[in-house]
Design a protein around this ligand. Structure first.
Ligand SMILES: NC(=O)c1ccc[n+]([C@@H]2O[C@H](COP(=O)([O-])OP(=O)(O)OC[C@H]3O[C@@H](n4cnc5c(N)ncnc54)[C@H](OP(=O)(O)O)[C@@H]3O)[C@@H](O)[C@H]2O)c1
Length: 301
């Protein structure tokens, strides 16, 4: 009997990754649930997957900021199942670290103290860029080895969850954007290595999605309650106000559905595709009246 296809999703103990791993399980894949700090969450997600979908769910921990961990994770998944068909590199952190006093801080580009910048860059580059890079290197090696044994290689796929922050600038989020735009370049390069073996490599660039990552404070106060909005609250309000054609922020399921779809397209590779409700569409044309009024107000000042 043929074994089921296998999918590894990094950072599947939370948010977008948890939704992605459940999507593959629902489609009949055996899966690997990966966590860093959330062992209990990962075990619970895996138990639900086995119960709901009747597929195998292996739980593996890894701190992917650690140089050896990405290789060990891919090897662990491959050794357990004996095959690897889809790898989704999803683990990621925002550049949101503490100052000397333990306060959470984010600085604008020109104001970031040099020591702090080093720490922020280390945090985002070691995981978002290097961890994902190494993971894909190893995944590609394993997938190529499988393809070499097949007369007509199966379609296999590597998907990176990057971000629209690669091009959408926000002055206090630049290190994060640097990590994600750097990763986009790795996607294009890896596509050339995978193509001859029927392995596609793409990036899915989410807009703002409602997860624990965007549940952090935004620094903007609700004028009615005095309570600080979360990042998700702020972008949700902006979406309702017309910042994007689809008037809500995304849900993890929106990304999970797209992730699955992207890895099933044998003739798409090296693409960097936004799933963002239209947030990054150029123009802001629907807001012309707003900008006109603001321009007039400023001239009159
Ligand atoms: N939410 C958004 O608006 C948004 C937008 C664009 C892109 N993204 C990207 O989508 C991905 C998932 O984000 P999310 O919103 O789902 O965030 P999340 O809920 O905070 O989940 C992040 C995941 O990454 C894992 N992780 C953190 N540090 C790790 C490490 N050192 N090694 C291995 N895994 C680690 C976490 O594992 P533990 O919990 O077990 O520690 C968790 O499973 C990230 O790459 C993020 O940059 C998110």
């Amino acid at each position: 009997m043929l074994s089921r296809p296998v999918c590894l999703v990094t950072g599947s103990s939370s948010g977008i990754g948890a939704a992605i791993v459940a999507e593959y399980a629902a489609r009949g894949y055996d899966v690997v649930v990966n966590y860093n700090s959330g062992a209990e969450r990962a075990e619970k997600i895996a138990a639900e997957i086995r119960e709901d979908h009747g597929v195998a769910a292996l739980v593996l921990g890894a701190d992917l900021a650690d140089a050896e961990a990405a290789y060990a994770l891919v090897d662990g998944a491959y050794d357990h199942y004996g095959r690897l068909d889809v790898v989704v590199s999803n683990s990621g952190v925002a550049n949101y670290v503490q100052d000397e006093q333990g306060n959470l801080v984010r600085y604008r580009f020109s104001e970031t103290p040099i020591g702090h910048l080093d720490k922020e860059m280390d945090r985002v580059l070691s995981l978002n860029l290097m961890g994902a890079y190494r993971l894909a290197q190893r995944a590609l090696q394993k997938m190529v080895a499988q393809a070499e044994k097949e007369t007509e290689p199966l379609h296999r796929s590597i998907l990176f969850i990057t971000s629209i922050s690669d091009i959408a600038p926000e002055s206090t989020r630049i290190p994060y954007g640097v990590s994600k735009s750097g990763l986009n370049h790795a996607v294009i390069g890896a596509a050339f290595d995978g193509g001859p073996y029927n392995i596609t490599v793409n990036a899915l660039r989410p807009g703002v999605i409602d997860t624990p990552l965007t549940a952090r404070p935004s620094g903007i106060e609700d004028p009615q309650t005095g309570r600080e909005f979360t990042v998700a609250d702020t972008y949700g309000l902006m979406a309702e106000g017309g910042a994007q054609p689809i008037r809500r922020i995304g849900r993890p399921e929106d990304i999970a559905f797209a992730a699955y779809a992207f890895t099933q397209i044998p003739y798409m590779t090296g693409q960097l595709v936004a799933i963002d409700g239209g947030f990054t569409l150029p123009g802001n044309f629907p807001n012309r009246d707003l900008f006109l009024q603001e321009g007039l107000r400023r001239r009159q000042e």
